[in-house]
Write a protein that binds this ligand. Structure first.
Ligand code: GTP
Ligand code: SF4
Ligand code: MG
Length: 421
């Protein structure tokens, strides 16, 4: 990741008065003690740059700056360096404490407006001074696009603080940084071959393929590879006719168990839904989330979130099949709510798990925002494809083409899931 050129990284600058907790905030976001903090104002003197990977956004460079209200002799030169940072930033974070929005803060906001930079206001130290809704409104009225309330040094609150910050970034960061990872091209060598297994059942629209299938074919072609499309019944026969094994098999989630059984162990395979979890969402978060299925008990509620209000068929995947498979797997009396279209409950806390659809009708920003809402309130979230492959015992196999997601899944499973092979 260190190889990513600086120009490709999202540049985020942290400003605020001395001692407000800028360096502590940077440490919270990075998950490491990389910046020196102390109770004495004026600890950070020069602008400190720190590059990191902030999933799901990607490579970031942070600027930790000196306090804006520095009154020491060096103040003028420090303030000049700090002010220059506005020219390099793409997002400004103004750190403040509840109730304190005075000359240093308004000055920073004014410079951000002059540089046309979006502002996240972060109210810090809420463990000792909780954020007041009136103050939050005041910051929005002052021009903050997003306001978050965090406690940078309290370990139990760091995770929610970080999730809130990511959610704010996803909402406001420039479009270029929401660019998706590849769909399938990186899994296929030039001249390679993908076999796509597409069931033609009652749910399949008449006379055409659905968008994720078409996009996968197109992406293979864009990467100078080929794609063969086959129904699940003819799949084995097709494999027998090929002189060399394909480079990748992709199937509809509904036939994943059969596909895995029919595919030689040496051939990488996955599902459309899992491919799209990377393109549209945060694959590692979704892979970790699925393990929460193991913690579900009688009476727990699961949310099935569909991002469009399509016409539901009699054996609909989200409304009928996934609830049935989950109940069979758990053997528990669980409550399942289905929300569709733009409808997404504000309060996700009542759910033990969110199972999100493949988001084929949403863009990456919208999908990430929904995932982040769940992460912020600590509710595990996964998607249809991961959930189906998990309850059918083949998730590990279909995550194998994605080492980082497989690793995230294995770690989560090691921590709180039951082990199966
Ligand atoms: N209670 C509490 N203390 C915090 C929090 N964040 C930072 N602090 C404390 O506030 C003091 C200043 O933190 P720093 O991170 O050094 O602040 P800074 O804004 O970088 O300060 P300068 O570099 O001097 O401008 C330290 O003693 C931190 O431990 C918080 O969320 N809650
Ligand atoms: S947006 Fe979601 S619910 Fe709608 S068709 Fe796509 S995957 Fe299905
Ligand atoms: Mg500092």
């Amino acid at each position: 990741m260190e190889k990513t050129p600086k120009s490709m990284r999202l540049h985020i600058a942290l400003f605020g008065r001395a001692n407000v907790g800028k360096s502590s905030f940077l440490n919270m976001v990075s998950g490491q003690d990389i910046a020196i903090t102390s109770p004495l104002p004026g600890t950070t003197t020069d602008v400190v740059e720190k590059s990191m990977e902030l999933l799901p956004l990607g490579p970031i460079v942070f600027f930790d700056t000196a306090g804006f209200n520095d009154t020491t002799e060096l103040a003028a030169s420090r303030l000049r360096k700090t002010t220059e940072t506005f020219r390099r930033a793409e997002i400004v974070v103004i750190l403040c404490e509840n109730g304190v929005w005075e000359e240093p803060e308004t000055h920073i906001m004014q410079l951000a407006v002059e540089h046309k930079l979006p502002v996240v206001a972060a109210i810090n130290k809420i463990d000792s001074n909780p954020a007041d809704p009136v103050f939050i409104e005041k910051l929005k009225a002052a021009g903050a696009r997003s306001v978050i309330a965090v406690s940078s040094i309290i370990p139990a609150q760091r995770e929610t603080g970080l999730a809130a910050f990511k959610e704010a970034l996803i909402a406001i960061c420039p479009e270029d940084f929401i660019n998706p990872p590849p769909l399938v091209g990186d899994l296929l060598p030039s001249g390679g071959l993908a076999v796509l297994i597409v069931p033609i059942d009652l749910q399949a629209p008449k006379g055409r393929l659905i968008l994720p299938q078409v996009q996968t074919i197109r992406d293979a072609l864009d990467n100078d590879a080929s794609a063969l499309v086959v129904k699940e019944r003819e799949y084995v026969h097709l494999l027998e006719r090929l002189n060399t094994p394909p480079d990748l098999i992709v199937c509809d989630s509904q036939v994943v168990m059969k596909m895995v059984a029919d595919t030689p162990k040496s051939v990488p395979c996955t599902t459309f839904s899992i491919l799209f979890s990377r393109l549209k969402g945060d694959m590692q978060l979704l892979a970790r989330g699925v393990v929460a299925i193991e913690q579900i008990k009688h009476g727990d509620k699961i949310l099935i979130a569909e991002s469009c209000s399509h016409h539901a068929a009699a054996d609909d995947i989200g409304r009928v099949k996934i609830p049935r498979w989950l109940r069979q797997y758990l053997g528990a009396d669980i409550e399942i709510d289905v929300y569709s279209g733009r409808d997404y409950p504000e309060n996700l806390k009542e759910y033990s798990l969110v199972v999100h659809c493949g988001s084929c009708m949403l863009n990456r920003r919208e999908t990430l925002a929904r995932l982040q809402m769940a992460e912020r309130v600590g509710v595990p979230i996964t998607n249809y494809g991961m959930c189906i492959a998990y309850v059918q015992g083949v998730l590990e196999r279909v995550l194998t083409p994605f080492p980082a997601a497989l690793d995230a899944y294995k770690r989560a499973r090691g921590m709180n899931g039951k082990i199966y092979s």
